[in-house]
Design a protein around this ligand. Structure first.
Ligand code: ADE
Ligand code: ZN
Length: 330
């Protein structure tokens, strides 16, 4: 199975670029930019990655992002991720970035966007990795702040395929941003949202009915509601599931209890992703390996998951067919 996981062409659809900041790069950038980190060394950083909830992770994740200052920092961060993709046979990525995490520290939107975009262009040219960029709004901040971020993005609209919603879920339901997403849709952005990671199934209903999402990020709590699961199957609304993340953040007690295989067998369009790989102990292949080791997944089911990653992507129909045909040859 491990060999098949490595060989299969895959797309990654749920990856926060700030969550790919490895401790080694975090330290190097902190030193270069004269930023104080609350850790003495890389070992101490790794020891701090013991999370009890989404919020306990987010506190550390936002602190880590403080080391990102210049365009070249964002370039280096993105390039390091793309090299990992190349090594794991990921051919297409749709990555999230959190502009408010940086603009709130006085970093210009343009600095963030250009650093990431230049690395993505190099990735396409030199590694053959296709990519789209998705801008996420931080849901713990206000609607007004999100509207300002939307406005800041407009000069760079051609480099951003869509918008998402992330950060602290419980207490910040999709309905808080209904008016914002109506505007995003008018601008022509595609829409996704984190829902049903820690929040209950009502968050998923709101993401579908109020935000009109094309994909749900996480969505694992859908199985509390049979009617919702039926809808996901009928409409083939994809879920971008992140198994290692779910266990690390205690959304799921043990990988053996993860519902990804159950949902797949019911006919939900589930995909496998890494979320914040530098913090959760693995990139995409380690996520596939973790579910194979703990759930009774067949080779055909593994191939279906890889094919789903392309089906659920924002690629055009011809490219989707090209990649799903490629997967079927294994
Ligand atoms: N930001 C980065 N990772 C996240 C996650 N798993 N959930 C919500 N917001 C996030
Ligand atoms: Zn996420």
């Amino acid at each position: 199975m491990k060999e098949l996981i490595q060989k299969l062409p895959k797309a990654e659809l749920h990856l926060h670029i700030e969550g790919s900041l490895e401790p080694e790069l975090m330290f190097a950038l902190a030193q270069k930019n004269n930023i104080n980190l609350p850790y003495k060394n890389v070992e101490e950083v790794k020891q701090a990655y013991n999370f009890t909830s989404l919020q306990s992770f987010l506190n550390i994740y936002y602190a880590g992002a403080n080391v990102l200052i210049t365009e070249s920092d964002f370039f280096d961060l993105t390039w390091a991720y793309l090299l990992r993709c190349h090594a794991q046979n990921v051919c297409h990525v749709e990555i999230f970035f959190d502009p408010q995490t940086h603009t709130s520290r006085g970093i210009a939107f343009q600095t963030v966007l250009e650093g990431i975009t230049k690395a993505l262009q190099k990735g396409e040219k030199e590694l053959g990795i296709g990519s789209f960029l998705i801008m996420c709004f931080l849901r713990h901040l206000s609607e007004e702040d999100a509207f300002e971020t939307l406005k800041a993005s407009l000069p760079f609209k051609d480099k951003i395929i869509g918008v998402g919603l992330d950060s602290s879920e419980v207490g910040h339901p999709p309905s808080k941003f209904e008016r914002l997403f109506v505007e995003c849709k008018k601008v022509g952005y595609k829409i996704v949202a984190h829902a049903g990671e820690e929040g209950d199934s009502s968050y998923i209903w709101e993401a579908i009915n109020l935000l009109q999402v094309e994909r749900i990020d996480h969505g694992i709590r859908c199985d509390e509601d049979e009617t919702l699961v039926k809808l996901l199957i009928e409409k083939q609304i994809p879920l971008t599931v992140c198994p290692l993340s779910n266990v690390k953040l205690k959304a799921v007690k043990h990988m053996k209890e993860h519902n990804i295989l159950k949902l797949l067998r019911q006919g939900v369009l589930v995909t496998v992703n890494s979320d914040d790989p530098a913090y959760f102990g693995g990139y995409i292949n380690e996520n596939y390996e973790a579910i194979c080791e703990n759930l009774d997944l067949s080779r055909e089911e593994l191939k279906t998951l890889a094919a789903n990653s392309f089906k659920a992507s924002f690629l055009n129909e011809a490219k989707k067919r090209y990649f799903t045909d490629l997967v079927s040859q294994y």
